[in-house]
Write a protein that binds this ligand. Structure first.
Ligand code: FIX
Ligand code: ZN
Length: 418
């Protein structure tokens, strides 16, 4: 057995393992080529990512949002490039990410490049080759999409029963069912042939279950997902509480798939910023505690948006094996917070969690979101294994490889198979 007995040995072995271990990215907003314009890629999409739009309006508070949104995508990108990269150093995580993507794609002397030349670089790739290149650079073997039957661009694609690239798994996203039943989901389901009314009669509940089951089967969805506000509570005498209890949880049990709850989004606190206008709030984790305890036969994937919720979530994770904690979501996907959350999770949960997801909305973001996170995991895990070494336990490269495989894909696969 070649035990790793020094920090230097640990570091060399760990760095190689982290670089070589393929990833399943369990939550993204990217699509395979069947979904045409929904698949976003290239420099203009990278620069107009809603994280950067929010940062632009900080730098240029004088900008009129309506006028900005009226600009073409290329003009929006040029404004962002000028204000967040040229007139100010791109130090934010989202700005640095754009630089990382270009560097790792092989673009040289980025800071002196003209945007049109960068555009030419991206245009050289046929999209299917580019998908391969991005997955190869990020070392991502599979992603899970966010698939929304209420999206008028996406739904027709699914109804054609498309042959989806096997690297792109589906997740059924059902926010309108839980968040806008009366005004949105109910009339839409009715128009699609489901015999539903706004009041939640036994028949309506059965039809909602049929709708969920149909779409899980159509998409071969790995899980069902929803994003919920910080005010979310359960159990709750409400439309949302009833649909979760009578529809979501029974169907997830029947299909043996997890229910993924992403909790803490304050939708559109600044509507003028559109996708960039969402905020964050601390959630009441009694809601999660009640769900995982009351429904031991259901599996729950949970990620929370508030940094202040993370320690409580780890403690819940220690108590309930049907709760799988995942990712450093959105406003938490920053080195200082990833560091804090990942250390806390390793100390409290060992290796029984999913450390990261990319939430990539633009295909190329897989490159930076994973490169940045893997750099952090190298530092964090080195400390943890070195702590172990100092305590008197020398791991082997095979054991570290096993551990990292579980963190990067095995924990997710095993949780799905439970
Ligand atoms: O609800 C979600 O899936 C969120 O991740 C998105 O709504 C959000 O805009 C995002 O992309 C964050 O990274
Ligand atoms: Zn997301």
């Amino acid at each position: 057995m070649d035990y790793l007995k020094t920090k230097t040995d640990l570091q060399q072995s760990l760095n190689q393992i982290i670089d070589e271990t393929p990833i399943i990215d369990i939550h993204t907003h990217i699509y395979d080529t069947n979904f045409k314009s929904l698949l976003l890629w290239g420099i203009d999409e990278l620069l107009t990512y809603h994280y950067l739009v929010a940062e632009l309006f900080r730098m240029r508070y004088d900008l009129n949002a309506e006028e900005f949104w009226a600009l073409s995508k290329t003009k929006q990108a040029e404004l962002i490039w000028e204000n967040l990269f040229i007139k100010n150093s791109p130090v934010s995580e989202a700005c640095r990410g754009v630089v990382t993507v270009m560097s790792r794609l092989g673009i040289k002397n980025i800071r002196n490049q003209k945007l049109d030349d960068i555009r030419k670089f991206f245009s050289q790739y046929p999209i299917k080759d580019y998908i391969n290149r991005v997955f190869e650079l990020a070392n991502v073997k599979e992603v899970v999409m966010t698939n929304d039957p209420f999206d008028d661009l996406e739904r027709p694609v699914w109804l054609e029963n498309p042959k989806i690239d096997p690297r792109f798994n589906a997740a059924l996203r059902i926010d309108p069912v839980l968040m806008q039943w009366e005004q949105n989901a109910c009339p839409r389901l009715k128009s699609w042939g489901y015999d539903v009314e706004t009041d939640l009669s036994k028949n309506t509940l059965a039809e909602i279950r049929r709708f969920l089951s149909d779409w899980i089967d159509r998409m071969k969805a790995l899980y069902m997902a929803v994003s919920l506000p910080p005010t979310f509570y359960f159990p709750e005498e409400s439309t949302r509480g009833t649909i979760i209890k009578e529809c979501i949880l029974p169907v997830c049990r029947e299909k043996q798939i997890p229910f993924a709850m992403m909790i803490g989004v304050k939708k559109l606190i600044n509507p003028a910023l559109k996708l960039a206008g969402d905020g964050v709030g601390k959630a009441d984790l009694n809601a999660v505690e009640n769900l995982v305890r009351m429904y031991p036969k259901n599996k729950f994937l949970v990620t929370l948006l508030s940094r202040e919720n993370q320690h409580e979530l780890c403690i819940l994770g220690r108590k309930f094996g049907n709760l799988m904690i995942f990712g450093c979501w959105w406003f938490l996907n920053d080195p200082s917070i990833i560091e804090e959350m990942t250390r806390e999770r390793l100390e409290l949960l060992g290796l029984s969690f999913i450390p990261q997801h990319s939430d990539a909305r633009v295909l190329d973001q897989l490159i930076y979101k994973w490169h940045h996170s893997k750099l952090l995991f190298k530092t964090i895990l080195l400390d943890k294994y070195n702590d172990l070494l100092l305590a008197g336990w020398a791991p082997t490269p095979e054991e570290i490889s096993r551990d990292v495989q579980n963190l990067f894909s095995g924990n997710f696969k095993k949780f799905l198979a439970l």
